[in-house]
Design a protein around this ligand. Structure first.
Ligand SMILES: CC(C)(COP(=O)(O)OP(=O)(O)OC[C@H]1O[C@@H](n2cnc3c(N)ncnc32)[C@H](O)[C@@H]1OP(=O)(O)O)[C@@H](O)C(=O)NCCC(=O)NCCS
Length: 181
């Protein structure tokens, strides 16, 4: 059965969720634990996304748990095209029950409705099994491998997954919970 989750627009109180996700375990494929000021800076960028129209970040909420992870999209240039990049995390105690892939489908539906670009990309490290699994389950197509800079100054070997936001219109509502965002 599809998970009963909803997406809430990122708000000031969600800094705490980002800080909770800043553990060695959660950041094993993302360069390790981050300094708190890097998290605060990213949180501010998340808050700015809908203000500038560049994207939207969400908190993933369950009926009995208001914050179990995050998902969202933001603009970037990729190989000469303006696209969305998507990113996500789900706290360890909530992993393995389809939450991330359902949340990504809902966020992609939001990008299709409210966004201005046709394609969303995701760049999980080649060795990040769960995140590559999320891409596969959430309707992305694997284009190949690419070198990607993350964090700044470090090149990592990633998969380039792309989702055509115009395809599969309407599918997300039945695939996830029906809570539109
Ligand atoms: C990636 C992450 C969000 C996945 O969350 P989740 O809610 O457990 O994901 P889902 O349950 O929706 O789907 C994960 C899929 O990957 C599969 N998977 C898990 N580990 C895997 C592995 N090592 N190799 C291949 N597939 C794997 C799962 O089996 C599942 O597919 P299935 O339902 O068909 O079995 C979570 O692990 C996380 O937050 N990781 C840390 C942060 C991170 O790496 N974010 C991504 C940055 S690119």
């Amino acid at each position: 059965m599809a998970p009963d989750l909803r997406l809430e627009p990122w708000s000031d109180g969600d800094l705490e969720l980002e800080l909770r996700g800043n553990t060695a375990e959660m950041k094993v494929f993302l360069g390790g634990e981050e300094p708190a000021d890097a998290i605060v800076a990213r949180h501010k960028r998340f808050l700015e996304l809908p203000v500038t129209g560049a994207g939207q970040m969400f908190r993933i909420a369950l009926p009995d748990a208001p914050g179990v992870g995050s998902v969202g999209y933001w603009e970037r240039e990729w190989q000469g095209e303006q696209v969305y990049e998507m990113g996500w995390h789900v706290l360890p105690e909530y992993q393995g029950r389809g939450l991330a892939s359902a949340a990504v489908r809902l966020a992609a539906a939001h990008a299709r409705t409210h966004g201005r670009h046709r394609h969303a990309h995701a760049y999980p490290k080649v060795v990040n099994g769960p995140s590559n699994g999320v891409c596969r389950k959430a309707g992305f197509t694997l284009l190949g491998e690419a070198d990607f800079e993350f964090p700044k100054g470090t090149l990592i070997r990633c998969n380039d997954w792309r989702r055509d936001l115009r395809v599969a219109a309407g599918m997300e509502v039945t695939q996830a919970s029906g809570h539109e965002v």
